[in-house]
Design a protein around this ligand. Structure first.
Ligand code: ADP
Ligand code: MG
Length: 469
């Protein structure tokens, strides 16, 4: 298409004018949407990029258009959802950067024959990836069951969602793993976005924040990094305990915190322990973390666990018998992630064999689970995934990108996360990948697929069954 060619030419010129990081961050996912007379409309993936293009790069864009034969008095920038731009691409909730496992591949330079919407360049740093808002729409207040242990946190989150930045700033939620911290703080993000679509809601895991910061230093993009996080209206930072011992990042976070707090922007933080118990956390950060409101979240009680099971099984259009619900809620009492895991295992088992869930099945399954070996290794998981798909371990950890290798690799990444709770950089290393964003994408992809695709669920259940057999 002629428009595509024109925009490719413009991008080609812009690419050589800007640093690689800037080009990738601001221009990679843009396209020419419309050209009517002398008016040109450019599609951009999100509001951050829109603002930056308007404020900082507008002149460059107009001049480069002119150089390519299109004199325009004004360029319009229009936000266009990823879903529209990559039609047929299922990864709508994933970052605007490539969601494809091929992102670990050798970078390809853009050239004339490349289609404009396809991510053709490797993201040189994960900063570009961070410009997504990071909110998973699955986590809402609606599907969060309120009960003892989480009601205070729930109320605070709702109050914040109604009026971000006004009270409880920062909100510091802490508690053990798998009890709904991420769910709740993401629900705030979704609720804010539901009432104010252009709010800049940024969710970031501390792991990702750290990685982006390291990349920003490496690629000398510290200012972009700082600007991005300081431009948020609501900044949600998950699992802040991972800041422990990282001095430089703590300092960066301190400045970000101050900038946002002074501007009355909402900050929400989660952690597995209270600020005073996070080792080697700088005193000045510690004191700021308790400026607003700190709330201790506890594992929900039995009734709440039952309600959660009911909600989650309804999502699968299955009504569990009461005794099955009771059994699960009694026997899996430590955290909700495990409870969900047990439920999913039960549902997959029954689906595979075309059975109705009943007490005998669930007690059989859970009994088996309780005798699980404690020391499952990454190697065992990778081997098991390879064997399941009848491919070799060398292929899984090697460079091949054929579909029949990529899927087992993604499944292996997912299982390293779900079974061993490894960090994303560690998962990437186990599979011979340099870039941990691939691990993030893979885990998210399988997580999403396992909800909608019975084949994926069955594969996971089968692999697990063998692993723990
Ligand atoms: P954390 O961040 O505390 O480790 P998550 O927020 O990831 O835990 O929760 C683990 C899983 O349990 C998620 O799938 C979440 O949706 C679910 N969950 C936790 N608490 C609740 C709740 N009260 N209602 C519904 N689902 C919940
Ligand atoms: Mg969490």
């Amino acid at each position: 298409m002629e428009q595509d060619k024109l925009w490719q030419a413009v991008l080609g010129d812009i690419e050589i004018t800007l640093s690689r990081g800037n080009y990738l961050t601001w221009f990679k996912n843009t396209q020419l949407l419309k050209r009517e007379g002398d008016r040109v409309t450019i599609g951009v993936p999100n509001v951050f990029i829109k603002q930056q293009l308007e404020r900082k790069y507008n002149e460059l864009v107009t001049q480069t258009l002119e150089k390519n034969g299109v004199a325009t008095p004004a360029v319009d920038y229009k936000i266009q959802s990823v879903a529209k731009r990559n039609e047929g691409d299922e990864a709508i909730t994933l970052p605007a950067t490539s969601t494809n496992p091929s992102s670990t591949a050798t970078p390809r330079r853009t050239n004339e024959t490349d289609k404009p919407n396809q991510p053709t360049l490797k993201v040189a740093n994960s900063l570009a990836h961070g410009y997504r808002q990071g909110i998973n729409e699955r986590y809402t207040f609606d599907n969060f069951v309120v009960g003892s242990g989480n009601e205070l946190a729930y109320a605070a989150c709702q109050a914040i969602a109604a009026n971000p930045g006004t009270k409880y700033n920062p909100l510091f939620l802490y508690g053990g793993v798998g009890i709904g911290k991420t769910h709740l703080i993401q629900a705030v993000g979704n609720a804010v976005l539901a009432t104010k679509v252009d709010a800049r809601v940024v969710y970031v895991s501390t792991e990702q924040f750290v990685q982006e910061f390291v990349d920003a230093l490496r690629y000398k993009k510290n200012t972009d990094f700082a600007d991005f996080y300081r431009g948020a209206d609501v900044l949600i930072v998950d699992d802040v305990q991972f800041l422990a011992g990282k001095e430089k990042i703590q300092e960066e976070f301190f400045h970000t915190f101050n900038a946002l707090h002074q501007a009355n922007k909402q900050i929400i933080i989660s952690s597995d322990k209270p600020p005073r118990e996070i080792p080697t956390l700088e005193e000045r950060l510690r004191s700021r973390f308790v400026w607003g409101m700190s709330i201790d979240m506890q594992t929900p009680d039995f009734e709440t666990r039952c309600a959660i099971l009911q909600i989650k099984s309804e999502l699968h259009h299955i009504q569990l018998p009461n005794d099955v619900v009771d059994y699960l809620a009694t026997n899996v009492s430590t955290n909700i992630r495990e409870l969900e895991g047990a439920l999913n295992q039960l549902l997959a088992f029954c689906e595979m064999r075309n059975l109705e869930p009943n007490l005998a099945i669930v007690s059989g399954l859970l009994g088996a689970a309780q005798t699980r070996p404690k020391h499952l290794s990454a190697k065992q998981i990778i081997e098991r995934c390879a064997r399941h798909y009848q491919v070799s371990v060398e292929d899984i950890v090697g460079p091949k990108r054929d579909k029949d290798i990529v899927v087992p690799r993604q499944i292996a990444m997912y299982m390293l996360r779900s079974e061993l709770h490894l960090s994303f950089p560690k998962i990437a290393r186990e599979l011979g990948r340099k870039d941990h964003t691939t691990a993030i994408h893979s885990v998210e992809k399988i997580e999403k697929e396992s909800r909608i695709d019975a084949d994926v669920r069955n594969a996971l259940a089968e692999i697990k069954e063998r692993l723990y057999a």
